[in-house]
Design a protein around this ligand. Structure first.
Ligand code: SAH
Ligand code: SF4
Ligand code: F3S
Length: 475
């Protein structure tokens, strides 16, 4: 159970009115009852899009079911960021082909980044797909399904049709709500498919975002994670001086909201104003996910990242000076074209200098149509894998040491539910987004599930490379 947030009745009524106005058209669009199964691949933006689709479909009379077998509509919300992500969808589509043979009434829809990238080409290879819905079109899902009642196939992949209004979202229970504050990306990193699948950057109106956050809080979510590909660049495209720092101040005032996060930041867009605002506002988690990607200037240039190794190191130093105790997290790509041993050594040394408390490490995956595919993908697969293991091991050794050093320290932990690995434990996140696990029962034997959705002080007792273990500080 989530703690009931302190939102006034009039707040909640105002939000629900706005939502009602926003969704009347969809409710009118299709009266058909259906059973939808949706599987989501990729990043949190896709998760958030899925939650909007589910809300739109619920208004149109669809019930969500837990298996594709129980459904008459299966939707795959897809990711194109690496070939591996697309391979998973291709294999799912293979299984669905067989299922559709047994059940010809089943409708299959593909949405998300792969739908946007491949458009009707996906249909040529997979004639069992009925519906292709692009990344700016999914909000019209009920209307597209109504169209599908009239015609054999529907392909909707136009950009620029994402309406500026608050969208209702059907979220899983839990303290966190993902709220997209911008769509698309105006960078052009040479390896990256996202600008092709999500289009140009469009920051959303702060008033709409506030409405969505208030609705999330009214529904019992005490944390919001603001989403954007370069979330720290939020506001630039609005051209009226709107910034992420300003948005954080505005959202900070919402009663009942306890914690605010934002992902993912680009190193070039982190201003001192943003860092000072983070330091100042107690509800903003002291956590920055700012992918470095690599530590070699030569490779950063080939990647089109628009900063140098030195710029990155200066950012890390600035962040730690302005926000004492801030936790820094990163993404890395190894095996980019022409990456030599010396370039890789620069990445290792960057990681050693900064010492992140969490990093994702990926091997380079050429994406069709991106500028990097004009470079020879010349790092052998075995070398890519070896560099990936080495960098991950280094990251793990940093985590092990840093988490070990936290023994005896206290962290403010937002409890999000039972631990997935051990039902006798509860799981939560520190401000720095670290995984923290504590007993589900207090020492007097009482159950602590009432703490789910609250922030409690936890003293760290022991750790592994991935998780901290502790118990609530007695008051
Ligand atoms: N917008 C975010 C992240 C987008 S994709 C940002 O700019 O930081 C998430 C991560 O996937 C990236 O940070 C990068 O590390 C990785 N990635 C993106 N394209 C990739 C590719 N072609 N091959 C391997 N990893 C990739
Ligand atoms: Fe891709 Fe670069 Fe945009 Fe991130 S900033 S989404 S890596 S193009
Ligand atoms: Fe994947 Fe698209 Fe997200 S490519 S990582 S689902 S923006």
């Amino acid at each position: 159970m989530l703690q009931t947030p302190s939102v006034t009745a009039s707040d909640a009524a105002a939000v629900s009115q706005t939502m009602d106005a926003a969704t009347t058209a969809a409710t009118a669009a299709s009266g058909s009852s259906g059973r939808v199964f949706i599987e989501t691949f990729g990043c949190q933006m896709n998760l958030a899009d899925t939650e909007v689709v589910l809300a739109r479909l619920a208004e149109a009379g669809y019930a969500q079911v837990d298996t594709p077998e129980a459904a008459n509509l299966v939707l795959l919300n897809t990711c194109s960021v690496r070939d591996h992500a697309e391979a998973k969808v291709r294999s799912r589509l293979g299984v669905l082909r067989i299922q559709k043979r047994a059940n010809p009434g089943l409708k299959i829809g593909v949405m998300g980044c792969m739908a946007q990238r491949e458009k009707s080409d996906l249909l040529r290879r997979n004639p069992h797909i009925d519906l292709i819905v692009g990344t700016d079109q999914f909000v019209h899902m009920p209307q597209l399904l109504a169209q599908l009642d009239q015609q054999q196939r529907v392909v909707a992949t136009d950009f620029g049709d994402f309406e500026a209004r608050p969208w209702p979202a059907q979220r899983a229970a839990g303290p966190n709500a993902f709220v997209p504050i911008m769509r698309g990306c105006n960078y052009a990193c040479t390896y990256c498919i996202v600008p092709y699948t999500r289009g140009a950057e469009k920051s959303r109106d702060p008033a709409l975002i506030e409405t969505e956050v208030r609705a999330a809080v009214a529904a019992g979510h005490v944390q919001v994670t603001l989403l954007g590909q370069t979330v720290d660049a939020y506001g630039k495209t609005l051209g009226d001086g709107t910034t992420l720092a300003g948005l954080l101040r505005r959202l900070h005032a919402i009663d009942g909201l306890q914690r605010i996060r934002f992902i993912t930041s680009h190193p070039k867009d982190i201003t001192d104003d943003l860092l000072h605002t983070m330091a100042e506002l107690p509800k903003v988690a002291k956590h920055l996910h700012v992918p470095a990607q690599c530590g070699s200037d030569r490779i950063l240039r080939l990647m089109g990242r628009r900063y140098t190794r030195d710029d990155y190191l200066r950012f890390a130093e600035r962040a730690r000076r302005i926000i004492p105790g801030v936790e820094l997290q990163s993404d890395f790509i190894v095996g980019f074209p022409h990456e030599s041993d010396a370039d890789f050594a620069d990445t290792v040394s960057l990681m050693e200098t900064v010492r992140f408390n969490w990093s994702y490490v990926f091997t380079y995956s050429p994406r069709p149509g991106t500028p990097a595919t004009r470079l020879d993908d010349d790092v052998p697969e075995a070398v890519k894998k070896d560099r990936c293991h080495r960098l991950l091991n280094l990251q793990m050794s940093h985590q092990t040491a840093q988490y070990e050093a936290l023994k005896g320290a206290t962290r403010q932990v937002l409890i999000d539910g039972p631990s997935s690995g051990d039902p006798l434990m509860l799981h939560g996140r520190s401000e720095g987004n670290l995984h923290i696990v504590l007993p589900r029962q207090a020492s007097d034997g009482s159950n602590r599930d009432h703490l789910i959705g609250t922030i409690v002080p936890v003293r760290i007792e022991r750790s592994t490379a991935l998780t901290l273990f502790g118990d609530i500080v007695p008051t």
